[in-house]
Design a protein around this ligand. Structure first.
Ligand SMILES: [Ca+2]
Ligand SMILES: [Ca+2]
Length: 157
């Protein structure tokens, strides 16, 4: 999968099984896509796509055999910079954490069928630039790390 920042599409190239990839298919997304993630957000065992773009975050449901439906926007009240995917409440469904320009993490729990709960915000330092959701304490519960201009901040769940 790839996106070009000045484009309005995601390109998906399928692996032929020998380490080479096909010419790919493109799927329209909102302008300036900057980040991609994949998880089964609707529970049908196919990986769906999540794209962070300038206007917000969109989900493209996997229609099977590597093709995807149209982008569906998630409501977001502010510009999103980065995306992390991890099961944050141990229910077996992968949830999303969005890093916003306003120096906040917004946790959105997966409710299935491409739906996500309302945002639970957590503050981070100024000018955030990166995010990761990792199990850093061996508790099988991810901790977020966000990197800002000033420091790396960890937020435990
Ligand atoms: Ca799916
Ligand atoms: Ca979950």
């Amino acid at each position: 999968m790839s996106v070009g920042y000045d484009s309005t599409a995601v390109r998906v190239r399928l692996n032929r099984g020998d380490g080479t990839f096909d010419d790919g298919s493109t799927y329209p997304v909102p302008s300036y896509p900057s980040e991609l993630g994949a998880s089964d957000f609707d529970g049908d065992a196919d990986l769906d796509l999540m794209v962070v773009s300038a206007p917000g975050v969109s989900v493209l449901a996997n229609a099977g055999e590597g093709s995807f439906g149209s982008a569906t926007a998630l409501e977001a009240s502010e510009a999103i910079l980065r995306l992390a995917i991890a099961d944050l409440n141990a229910d077996g469904r992968l949830d999303i954490t969005l890093l916003a320009r306003s120096s906040q993490l917004a946790v959105r729990l997966d409710e299935g069928s491409l739906g996500f709960a309302g945002a639970q915000p957590y503050g981070v330092g100024p000018r955030p630039s990166a995010i990761a959701a990792l199990d850093l304490n061996g508790a099988a519960e991810p901790i977020w790390q966000s990197r800002t201009a000033a420091a790396t901040t960890s937020v435990c769940c």
